[in-house]
Design a protein around this ligand. Structure first.
Ligand SMILES: Nc1nc2c(ncn2[C@@H]2O[C@H](COP(=O)(O)OP(=O)(O)OP(=O)(O)O)[C@@H](O)[C@H]2O)c(=O)[nH]1
Ligand SMILES: [Mg+2]
Ligand SMILES: [Zn+2]
Length: 347
């Protein structure tokens, strides 16, 4: 992102402004993380060229999309609160929860109108997106290859009457015009969906016509060399910001029980009326959820998937808690060894 852009074009809103005192506003400079590398973060600032911050402990707690404050010498001062956050269980054992993307407004849940179409998978993505406090929009791709688009749109609407859904040919900029509403100035969008559904195609079509996206970015390292880096945040011609990071592909359900409840609101609402407070909606008497299934008000598939997702996130949470407790114990052990060795040296 080399063009000089304003704070509001970068996604700055009252939500961030209100976190600053007058003094901070006058003396500090807000910046937004647009790329994360092993050794540095790449930051955009209002009406200035990009800034590279060398990685340290504090900065490693930031992710793409985050806002931060710097002093006039571009020293990191403070990270700002996020309104949304995607995270995942890390593959390595060191950090258990890995941050993927922050301050995303809208997630396009991409699903193709072919054999790949799967309601339960879409519900899983919905739970993830709802759990991250991001607004979901279902994008049905390959509409050009499908004769019954309306049938699929109705199926999506059956998951929630207020769900946003658009059917498109991802290769055509005219066809994806309907997505522009979510891509206006200052809006940050991200993509989620399984392999082959057309995420990259959609990204390319959305970035078509934008000036700075196809050329590799340059960032100066300490020796004045230019290194080519890949950016995760791009400016779209429509004015919005497109966040494209590989981590979004491997998201798992962790700490998103609320996201699951929000995705299956009719089940959570009915559960309140079950006879027993700990009803599992299996074979308990007076189960309002089972009754609704018998009456045809709720699909059995919905309940089965709701259970499956809750179990999945409980399992992931359990291993996360286990990793954390192991780390704590290890920490205690190291401190103990250190203090013992100090004592020995002191003697
Ligand atoms: N006809 C048609 N083909 C599409 C559409 N969207 C994507 N394709 C094709 O589907 C194939 C897969 O699209 P990609 O954009 O690479 O899919 P992806 O989601 O990025 O896949 P991964 O990178 O593996 O996760 C490509 O050959 C695209 O040209 C569409 O709306 N209509
Ligand atoms: Mg791709
Ligand atoms: Zn019940």
């Amino acid at each position: 992102m080399s063009k000089l852009i304003s704070l509001s074009q970068m996604g700055w809103t009252a939500f961030f402004q209100q976190q600053l005192s007058l003094e901070q506003w006058e003396n500090l400079k807000p910046g937004r993380v647009i790329a994360q590398h092993r050794a540095h973060l790449e930051i955009i600032c209002e009406k200035s060229s990009n800034i590279t911050l060398t990685m340290n402990n504090e900065l490693s707690a930031l992710t793409v999309g985050d806002w931060l404050l710097m002093d006039e010498n571009h020293r990191f001062i403070q990270a700002l609160d996020r309104f949304s956050l995607f995270s995942r269980k890390s593959a390595g054992s060191k950090v258990a929860l890995q941050l993927i993307a922050a301050n995303v407004n809208t997630a396009f849940i991409v699903c193709s109108l072919d054999h790949n179409f799967n309601l339960s998978r879409i519900e899983r993505y919905l739970a993830l997106v709802n759990g991250a406090d991001v607004e979901p929009v279902i994008v049905l791709t390959k509409a050009d290859c499908c004769d019954d688009v309306g049938v699929y749109v109705d199926l999506i609407r059956s998951l929630g009457t207020t769900l946003m859904v658009e059917a498109v040919d991802a290769r055509s900029s005219i066809s994806i015009e309907a997505l522009k509403d979510w891509c206006a100035v200052g809006q940050t969008v991200a993509f989620i969906g399984s392999s082959g559904v057309g995420k990259s195609t959609l990204v390319n079509t959305l970035l078509n016509g934008s000036i700075q996206t196809t050329s590799p970015s340059r960032s100066d390292d300490s020796r004045g060399r230019h290194t080519t880096t890949s950016r995760s945040l791009h400016l779209m011609a429509s004015g919005g910001l497109l966040l494209d990071t590989p981590g979004m592909r491997e998201l798992q359900l962790v700490t998103c029980e609320q996201g699951i409840e929000n995705t299956f609101t009719e089940i959570s609402t009915l559960a309140v009326h079950c006879q027993f407070s700990n009803c599992q909606h299996k074979s308990e008497p007076g189960c309002a959820v089972k009754n609704a299934i018998v009456c045809g008000d709720v699909e059995q598939r919905r309940l089965t998937n709701y259970d499956k997702l809750l179990n999945e996130q409980a399992r992931n949470n359990a291993t996360l808690a286990e990793t954390r407790s192991k780390e704590r114990n290890l920490g205690r052990f190291y401190r103990h060894v250190q203090s013992e060795s100090k004592q020995r040296k002191g003697k």
